[in-house]
Design a protein around this ligand. Structure first.
Ligand SMILES: [Zn+2]
Length: 282
């Protein structure tokens, strides 16, 4: 087996310093990695306040600056995969920034800032490349938002952003019969390969809708990682097919608190609140 890369490959745009962990002897994952979840990065303050899926571009700027000041280095799932195989040494404080759905504002607003801070990210896009806006939100009265086209996704990819799959058309996979769920998962992978020449290794469950069957289909499709929203163990490495993410809201303090308080404490607090609620309801 070749020696692991001694230095984490240079960020595509360097303006920070990174220190590096030593590789675990067995080459297996032994450090925790916070995984952040974004959807839209917009320049409309009112909309950013009203919609939990939106973060204002100025807040995103401050959040990235904070991550940099706190010594985080943004890695991708591909980096982590190499690390698991003993081929790459991770930075001292790795973090994964994920952005869902492939909105146009990922290209226009998020990418320039990611480049500025030398941060990489994982962007989950739909396999149905004929989808030009968030059609799946229509019935909820959410205004249409444009999605990136193939050229824009390829430009992201060339800038070092990892592209992951997010099903074909954004259904809740846990509600679909097996054949339909398989097509949504498997075809989203092959279409990204065929149309963009990108082989995704990470999948993201739309709405966080996951079941044991859905998880199995994702594994059988050849993905190595899958992200949920609110489910999954508190620690990243415990289930790479149900990776719990930190929802980043339009507040700097919110992200700061989420990074300071370990996920297992947050999960414990949430469970406590739910339990208390059940007791008072009875
Ligand atoms: Zn989504």
């Amino acid at each position: 087996m070749p020696e692991p890369t001694a230095i984490y490959k240079e960020p595509i745009h360097t303006n920070g310093t990174a220190t590096f962990t030593s590789l675990p002897q067995n080459g297996k994952a032994d450090i925790d990695v916070p995984v952040l979840m974004y959807h839209r990065i917009i320049d409309n303050r009112v909309a950013a306040k009203d919609n939990w899926l939106c973060v204002h571009v100025d807040v995103f700027d401050k959040q990235l600056r904070m991550l940099e000041l706190w010594g985080y280095s943004a890695i991708t799932f591909s980096d982590y995969y190499l690390y698991m195989q003993g081929k790459l040494i991770l930075p001292r404080k790795p973090i994964i920034i994920t952005i869902d759905d492939g909105y146009l504002d990922t290209y226009t607003h998020a990418l320039p800032l990611l480049k500025q801070y030398g941060m990489r990210a994982v962007v989950f896009v739909l396999g149905d490349r004929g989808l030009h806006y968030n059609k799946w939100d229509e019935h909820k009265g959410i205004p249409p938002a444009a999605l990136m086209n193939n050229n824009q996704i390829l430009e992201l990819y060339r800038e070092g952003i990892e592209i992951g799959a997010h099903s074909l058309s954004h259904p809740d996979l846990s509600c679909l019969p097996k054949e339909k769920a398989w097509k949504e998962i498997n075809r989203s992978k092959t279409l990204l390969q065929e149309e963009l020449g990108i082989e995704p290794i990470a999948f993201c469950y739309p709405y966080g809708g996951v079941s044991p069957l859905v998880k199995q289909l994702v594994q059988e499709s050849g993905f190595q990682f899958a992200c949920s929203v609110f489910s999954g163990p508190a620690q990243f490495r415990k289930d790479l097919f149900e990776i719990r993410r930190i929802t980043v809201r339009n507040k700097l303090t919110d992200l700061a608190l989420r990074l300071m308080i370990p996920q297992k404490i947050i999960t414990g607090l949430r469970e406590g609140i739910r339990k208390n609620k059940r007791i008072t309801e009875h």
